[in-house]
Design a protein around this ligand. Sequence first.
Ligand code: TYD
Length: 141
Amino acid sequence: MRIKKIRLQFHGEYSGNLVAVEECKDIPFSIKRVYYMYDTKNDAVRGRHAHKSLEQVIICVHGSCKIKLDDGQESEILTLDKPNEGIYISCPLWREVYDFSPDAVLMVLASELYQESDYIRDYKDFLDYVKNQKGGNDEAT
Ligand code: TYD
């Protein structure tokens, strides 16, 4: 699975660090929504869903957590612990985020407003969706 990591603009100096994020430059889409998670319990698993068309960049701006990304055939686990690194997720990928450190702040930049109809919240439905998409693409080629 090819997961795109985005190195964000880092400006470190003696007084501290600053990271800049610019849409369509660092982020390959127009940012319509930003949300973030914090005070997440260490035994919590967030996500457990896929999206049909949403694009996202996930940045752990403080602390650390792990993300498991699954394309229906293979999966990969990444540790997110760099405030100047984003993980670009396009569709459809099943994601699970877990092992949050107590100080973790996970920020997500999204290409669309919140839309429940874009979610696939059942893993079997996700596998069917991926299979149907692949079937459609195979027919088209
Ligand atoms: P959810 O997507 O289920 O969180 P996660 O999958 O990361 O555990 O969202 C949790 C709740 O927050 C749910 O009631 C929907 C709401 N929500 C919004 O209203 N707007 C948003 O942008 C997001 C991401 C969630």
